[in-house]
Design a protein around this ligand. Sequence first.
Ligand SMILES: Nc1ncnc2c1ncn2[C@@H]1O[C@H](COP(=O)(O)OP(=O)(O)OP(=O)(O)O)[C@@H](O)[C@H]1O
Length: 984
Amino acid sequence: MASSSSSASASSPDPLDSPPSSHSISVTIRFRPLSEREFQRGDEIAWSPDGDDLVLNHYNPSTAYAFDKVFGPHTTSQQVYQVAAKTVVKAAMEGVNGTVFAYGVTSSGKTHTMHGDHNCPGIIPLAIKDVFSIIQDTPGREFLLRVSYLEIYNEVINDLLDPAGQNLRVREDAQGTYVEGIKEEVVLSPGHALSFIAAGEEHRHVGSNNFNLLSSRSHTIFTLMIESSATDDEYDGVIFSQLNLIDLAGSESSKTETTGLRRKEGSYINKSLLTLGTVIGKLSEGKASHVPYRDSKLTRLLQSSLSGCGHVSLICTVTPASSNMEETHNTLKFASRAKHVEIFASQNKIIDEKSLIKKYQREISNLKQELDQLRRGMLVGVSHEEILSLRQQLEEGQVKMRTRLEEEEEAKAALMSRIQRLSKLILVSSKNAIPGSLGDLASHQRSHSAGEDEDFPTLDPVNPSDASYECKHKRSSSKRSEELLPNASIIAESTQAGELICGTKLPGCGISASDHMDLLVEQVKVLADEVAFGTSTMKRLIEQSVDDPECSKLQIQNLEREIQEKKRQMRALEQRITESGKASVANTSLVEMQETITRLMARCNEKGFELEIKSADNRILQEQLQNKCSENRELLEKVNELQQQLASVFSAKTVVPRELDLPVDYIEELEKKVKIQEIENKNLKQDRAYLSEENSALCVQNQKLAQEASYAKELASAAAVELKNLAAEVTNLSLQNSKLEKELQSTQGMAYSKANGFNRKFNDGVRGGRQGRLSGRVNDITGIACDNFDAWNLDPDYLKVELKTRKQREAALEAALAEKDFLEDEYRRKVEAAKKREEALENDLANMWVLVAKLKKDGSGATELNLEEKCNGVKLNSNVVDCKDFVVERQISDVRVPAEEPTREEPLFARLKARLQEMKEKELKSMGDGDGNSHVCKVCFESPTAAVLLPCRHFCLCKSCSLACSECPICRTKIGDRLFAFAS
Ligand SMILES: Nc1ncnc2c1ncn2[C@@H]1O[C@H](COP(=O)(O)OP(=O)(O)OP(=O)(O)O)[C@@H](O)[C@H]1O
């Protein structure tokens, strides 16, 4: 069976008491046969049912899906209805909301399943028929049915029952979502409901695509609103439920060839179905996550059904064709997901004030009371006094009385028709009707329900009046004609005139002869009006007879009979008027009599004239009808003829190719052309393959170039850093050098002055002989030779020793000087070498920029290096942290481009790459943990996209950690705010 849920609810004897039960959506699959198109294309069977509930893939037998039921290509819609929809409909009649919808790709058979055709009615007509059968089989309850029909076209909601209802809005209240301003029509019979669907289908958007000539371009939702309450005294409240019958538009794949408007429609359809898939997917997960109902109008309107209470039956339509294998697979996957959605079924109840059925019932009883009062007032107590006063007033003028009578008649007729209209809206089982009358009544109804499907059950509207069975009978019979012809009810109501004829009291029963005469005249008037109306209705029926000649003919005949009857009654009344006139002659004065006769004659003439006109009209209408009928016959003959022609043309077409006797040359030429075309096709295919290979090679090359460009970029940054360091080293060296030079100069100066001082002293000493001792101390800066001038005694030994020591000191100083010179030379060499290295690096850098620019120009666009920017000479990666102090002073314009051969770019690039690699390795080594994870940030242990070069020259932090750390995690050097960066 369809689903456990469905059977559960079906078996539940009294849903009123059953608590909401959780169950999954009923999911069934319906295969359609291979279409003519698929057959001719040589499609094979890719998917097929396997047993009752499995779908199997023929190409891959391990791929199979299980569902509640799988229908083969030869299953009828009636069988599908029995399994997939009947229980939902039954539950809806018991107050549980229900939704049945067909899902599938375009041309898979959704509309065939939901609507069907005359020979094979689909789920919607079958459900409607079932609803009325259920009402018939439920004697203890009365029902009020309303329908609405809408479409969602390009995400716009249109009312299919009301062309003015376009672009309607979805609203939400405590009971769920609803469409604001949608037209709801009360329905009285299956034919009545189907007539609304037929009218709605006229407005639905349909178009053709390469799969389906009549493809639905919109989702349609046909909703049946069911109100019911018990008819017996034990009133248990009103139950309200909704039955949604949905025909979705089909999803379209890339194979569906559409352009312009069709494509736009297709994209809206696909989008909403995708949202439906997402919603189903979310619901099937069973988690309390956000479900995007609001993403499309379809899911928004289905929100109550999918998320709340009620039965849901999903019928997925699929094609077995191999050309649609993937689309069918997608549908099966969707269906499989939907199977996991859990829903709850509980019965709805509404409070009395909101119930339309109760409102109608209250109104009927009020009107009944009013009518009773009016009747009593008209015919008994009040009327007697009024008639007396009228009699007095008659002398002043009969017009007033007639007007009053007319008003009262009108009021009564209006009340009667209103009661009838309202009663007709409430349906009860005809099994409630008076025993013995049912058969007659039903047969009578059937015989009068022109155009009605004989299979559909017929129901009694509630009979509000206490009128006789005949009255009831007449109203019932008129009801049917009203279903198709709303105005026809008025004709049926004309039987009220008949009632008046029966109910009119004769003179001598308290009413005067003239009153009686007036009443008779009024009745003639009413009958004349009815005849006029009948004639106009007949006119319209004749117009309609073009579409449905058989059915209209029957109605016209009935109507003609009724008109004749009315005329007969009119004649009878006129006869009675004449007789009454004669009878009253004795009692009236001659003048009065003459007046009355004149008046009556005038009226008779009027009526006669009217009658003549009507019968002339009638004759014309009959002629027109005959003309239309003969036209219709001719058209039918023409259609048959055309069909025959078409069949013969079609059969001829299939024979022609074999019988074609084309010239041999022509055939050869054609064959040649075909061969050439084939060769061309082959060549084109080869070219295409070659081009695609080339394309992929180019892509690879492009990728490589992009990688190289990024390497080059890295290299540029590394070289810039290196350059900076070298520059700093050179500056240090030059500083040291200048310091040393200064030191040397001062040492040399000192040694020179010392030597001069010593010579001077020595000469003075010799000149002074032994004359005295040098008492004063020479305050010399060196202090070497001025320790004690006592040593300058003219002791030759002392002098010799002194001289020797001085010489030794001098030699030591000279050695030191030589050493300084040597050191100086060494530093100079180093400076030279550094300068050379710097130069070489500059050259490398310049070449590299050229190379980078060239790479960018060549093509990939992958590098983000922008030479135009020239910001600080080097474009820094955006991941670089705090690089405000990192200034590479060289501008691109300053870069000297060495006039190297272009062929040298390759080795140069290789060299640079090698150096970059070397540097990276060096850096990794310098991190020193040796665990092979040195590129991982030492703080967060995640691979950084850009490592940060710290002042200590360690790459060990990622961007975010470098901002948070104050020291290098490897060597503990303070980071400060001078960070260098290097894109890893
Ligand atoms: N089960 C079936 N048996 C026989 N014919 C079928 C069946 N299902 C579909 N077809 C035929 O296939 C054709 C396409 O069906 P239908 O129009 O119902 O498809 P659809 O899914 O509603 O397409 P779209 O989404 O484009 O409106 C129709 O001619 C219909 O008669």
